[in-house]
Write a protein that binds this ligand. Structure first.
Ligand code: GAR
Length: 220
């Protein structure tokens, strides 16, 4: 089966993009990265992708009159590279219904909480404020409402006593780096379908869905 052509959208550091690119370089992975697009030309992740020889495109959203004009350019960049599946990896722009609809069930996002809990920004601060004991991360297909859509995979991460936003973010991030490649593998291999706004996994899982609680910072 030909590999799915993946476009990765970023806005900053791009550590999830790196995890995806590294996973896609492994033997037998059913997807390949064909372009990395950032809405910020100075994004660290863009430099990493360039060094790695991946095609990159910077599309500064501030240069466009409105969201639709920005998204028309973004859509064209993805078509230019024959993208079949988009992975948002720390892409911090809201997308309008038009764009979301065009890429329906072909665009994934990762969010650092167990959705539908804690969508939006400042996730870890709010998790700590609420005294939540288990948080995590979610990979989902994108819908128009922020951080919503059929859930493809989740990983649970424990909140530890004494956690700060920083320590919690680091622990969740290391789970994200495992979860996103797993979710991409399932989707790119055609084993996930969406029915009644629920993602259904139709294949055989060679590894169980992880409940990841890495011991990062737990001895601090
Ligand atoms: C990640 O934690 C990702 O889950 C989050 O931004 C970070 C990007 O880090 N995304 C969202 O909050 C989307 N709502 P990265 O650039 O190192 O991958």
């Amino acid at each position: 089966m030909p590999k799915k052509r993946v476009g990765i959208l970023i806005s900053g550091r791009g550590s999830n993009m790196q995890a995806l690119v590294k996973a896609m370089a492994t033997t037998g992975f059913p997807a390949e990265p064909v372009v990395v697009v950032s809405n910020r030309s100075e994004a660290e992740g863009l430099a990493w992708a360039k060094e790695r020889g991946l095609p990159t495109v910077a599309i500064d959203h501030r240069a466009y009159a409105n969201r639709m004009a920005f998204e028309a350019r973004l859509h064209q960049a993805l078509l230019d590279h024959h993208v079949e599946l988009i992975c948002n990896a720390g892409f911090m722009r809201m997308l309008t219904g038009g764009f979301v609809e065009r890429w329906k069930d072909r665009q994934l996002n990762i969010h650092p909480s167990l959705l539908p809990s804690f969508p939006g920004l400042d996730t870890h601060r709010r998790v700590l404020e609420q005294g939540v004991l288990i948080t995590g991360c979610t990979v989902h297909f994108i819908r128009t409402e922020m951080d919503s859509g059929p859930i493809v995979a989740q990983a649970a991460v424990a909140v530890m006593p004494g956690d700060t936003e920083h320590s919690l973010a680091a622990r969740v991030l290391s789970a994200e780096h495992k979860l996103y490649p797993l979710a991409l593998r399932l989707v790119a291999s055609g084993q996930v379908r969406v029915e009644n706004e629920t993602a259904i996994f139709a294949g055989n899982l060679h590894e169980p869905m992880p409940m990841l609680v890495p011991a990062v910072n737990s001895r601090a």
